[in-house]
Design a protein around this ligand. Sequence first.
Ligand code: SF4
Length: 129
Amino acid sequence: MQVGGPLGGFLAADDLDVPLSERALAARGAAMGHAGLVAFDRDVEPLRVLRHVWEFADAESCGACSPCRVGSRRGLEHAAAGTPPGPEYGRMLRLMAGASLCAFGRRVPDAVRSLARAYGDRLAGWEGR
Ligand code: SF4
């Protein structure tokens, strides 16, 4: 389940018994955002969801800072290629989280990581450690 909009975060099916509070969601790497909830059934391809997150990041990044502008484009390229990225992907996520100028760019890595955690083996390699 996607919580809080495109960059809010994702919860796995066995992790839905969680209070809808900022604190409880933050403990699972998610955020309340605009409080929207979107449930995906088992037929939705996880890589397609991942690509959607990166498409959103690339489309909505204002481009004022390079960690978010370049990172969002590179993330989308990786997701579009569809093969688990190498160690540079983890470095890119850390750079986005630590050096983006505003919460938008800093939030993208958490959303991507929570999605990878939610799908487990089906998105192995996409958590970007
Ligand atoms: S982090 Fe914020 S300021 Fe930087 S490019 Fe992204 S949206 Fe713009």
